[in-house]
Structure formats: C-alpha cells, structure tokens
Write a protein that binds this ligand. Structure first.
Ligand code: FE
Ligand code: FE
Ligand code: ZN
Length: 312
C-alpha cells in the first residue's frame, strides 16, 4: 500500500531519446535510464524523414522487460511523429495522402511497440488559411483514426511560426471537435511553444484555466518542458535549456510540479550543449543534469559547465 502511494506521487519525467535500428526500443530505454528518467519520447526513425525500418520484436520484448524492472510505466512513454507530416495542406493531394498513409503506418508501429501516445504537429496551412487548415487536419485524422480502439494522437500546441496551425487552444479545440472517435485524440502542451504563441507562463494557473475552459484538462496527454530563447509572443520556436531562457526556472517548475498535472508525463526537448573540441563542435545531451536539477528544485547557474565537464 505504502509503495503504491509513493509511486503515485512520483514526478513522471524524461526526455527525448534516440531510437536506432540496431538497438530498437531497448536502446531508447537504456538511454532514458542513463538520464535517471522514468519515461521518454522518441521518433521511430529520423524526425525529418519518413524512412522507417521494421520493428524488431526481440528488442521490443527486451525493452518491455527493462521498463518493468526499472519502474518505467509504458503508458507514460511517447512517440513523436516525424514533423514532415503535414495534414493541414491539401493543395498537393499526393503529399496530403502520403502524410495520411504515413501516419497510419506510424500508429501501427506504435501498437507493435506497445505505446499508446503519439505526438503530432497539426501542420501548416501554407496560405490556405487557418480555417481550411483545421478542416483538412480533422478530415485527415478521421481517415487515420477509423476505429474506437488504438493509440491516441496528441496534437501539439504550436509556436505559430509561419503558417502553423494549433497556435491557440481554440484552433486545437476546433480540430478536436471535428474528430469522430474522441477517445483517440488528446493534446501535448509544449511550454516553449505556448509561450512563443503568446500565453504568459508568469501566470501558468491562468493559462491552465484557459486550457481547461477551451479544451478540457481531461484532454491533456503530455507536456513538453522547454525553456524558450525568445520572449512571450514572438512565434519563433527556439528551445532553450531549463532555466536559461525567457520562461525561467521558477515558472517551469510551476508547470512541472502543478497539482493538476501529476499524472501527465513531462518530456524535455532542450538543446544539446555544445563543446568546442579543437576545431570540432561536439554536442552532448543535457537531460541527466536537467532532470537532477528539476528534482532538486533548485536552479544551478553552472549547469551547462557541469554538463561539459561531465562529458569531457
Ligand atoms: Fe514537437
Ligand atoms: Fe515539443
Ligand atoms: Zn519546438
């Protein structure tokens, strides 16, 4: 009983990790464990393309065992769909159908891997206008989500760069309203993106109230925790390390430890730290140190230096 209580109150936190064909899901779990994370997110191949290999079921089984042994609940693990999928633009019908079919395949892969949640960027309307874009997205998603059961698509809140759709809670709500199987769609809230979109994280309670009023808190499936290189409302989408950007450590902690978000997995997508190594520029993942800093609830201004030293 006691154990159960402790587990329920544990912060669910992890980061983006890699997924390689050689090591499959097992490699992703090992990377997450290296960061002392209890969840993680990955692309099933390169994020910018749609080349995908068959899922290795042996490595998948090994991954599931590793997760069980290490207190990672697979329900909290997230797949991110490649960002070249664009469901908002149907000017080129070939590309539109390619995106739809690719997403269908991606959901099949997530089912094979045993993972329930797939984060998706809604898309860019590329001049059609947000209303057209929203319609196109709902139509496409209904083709992909053609039955009651299966993985959930978490539509990500976007910064509003270019013609991105999903820059307001209202736009996401419009997309969701158009979906036939409501249980198959949720939202992924990205702190960098919503700040860039104009939601002020100085007052996260107010932002969350707005989210609840427009979309509903029951629809919140994932949170991306990123600081932003830019001030609120600039529509840039440039992530920064935790506490080193314009949102700031204290405001991010309020999101991470918010009472109403306890059950929602938190995923870091902060930039790798670069080190000049002779003439070469090397980069290293900041996640182990950022997760430790978040658990300690105390900002460490020397964190980036510590990371460089750790990987030296
Ligand atoms: Fe994303
Ligand atoms: Fe994100
Ligand atoms: Zn982003």
């Amino acid at each position: 009983m006691m154990l159960l209580v402790i587990k329920m109150n544990e912060l669910i936190i992890g980061s983006h990790v890699s997924y390689t064909n050689a090591e499959g899901l097992a490699g992703s779990v090992k990377e997450a464990l290296g960061y002392e994370a209890n969840t993680f997110m990955f692309y099933t191949g390169a994020p910018q393309n749609t080349l995908r290999s068959a899922i290795d079921m042996e490595l998948t089984k090994e991954a599931h065992e590793l997760m069980k042994q290490n207190n990672i609940d697979i329900k909290n693990v997230i797949i991110h769909a490649p960002y070249i999928i664009n469901l908002a633009n149907n000017k080129d019908m070939d590309k539109y159908h390619f995106s739809i079919n690719f997403l269908k395949q991606e959901l099949k892969r997530s089912t094979m891997l045993g993972i329930d949640k797939v984060v998706l960027h809604p898309g860019s309307h590329v001049g059609l206008g947000a209303d057209e874009g929203i319609k196109n997205i709902s139509t496409a998603l209904n083709e992909v989500l053609d039955e009651e059961d299966g993985p959930i698509i978490c539509l990500e809140t976007m910064a509003g760069k270019g013609t991105e759709v999903g820059r307001t809670f209202e736009e996401l709500d419009e997309i969701i309203k158009g979906i036939n199987y409501q249980s198959r769609v949720m939202v992924c809230l990205d702190t960098c993106h919503i700040s860039d979109a104009g939601y002020d994280l100085e007052n996260f309670d107010k932002v969350l109230e707005e989210f609840d009023a427009v979309i509903g808190l029951n629809k919140l499936g994932c949170v991306h925790i990123n600081d932003s290189k830019n001030v609120c409302g600039t529509h840039k989408d440039r992530h920064e390390n935790i506490g080193f950007g314009e949102i700031g450590f204290d405001n991010l902690l309020k999101v991470i430890y918010h009472d109403k978000l306890k059950e929602v997995p938190k995923i870091l997508e902060t930039p790798y730290v670069s080190v000049k190594d002779g003439g070469k520029d090397r980069t290293y993942p900041p996640y182990k140190q950022e997760i430790a800093m978040i658990r300690a609830k105390k900002f460490d201004e020397n964190l980036l230096e510590d990371i460089r030293n750790y990987y030296k």
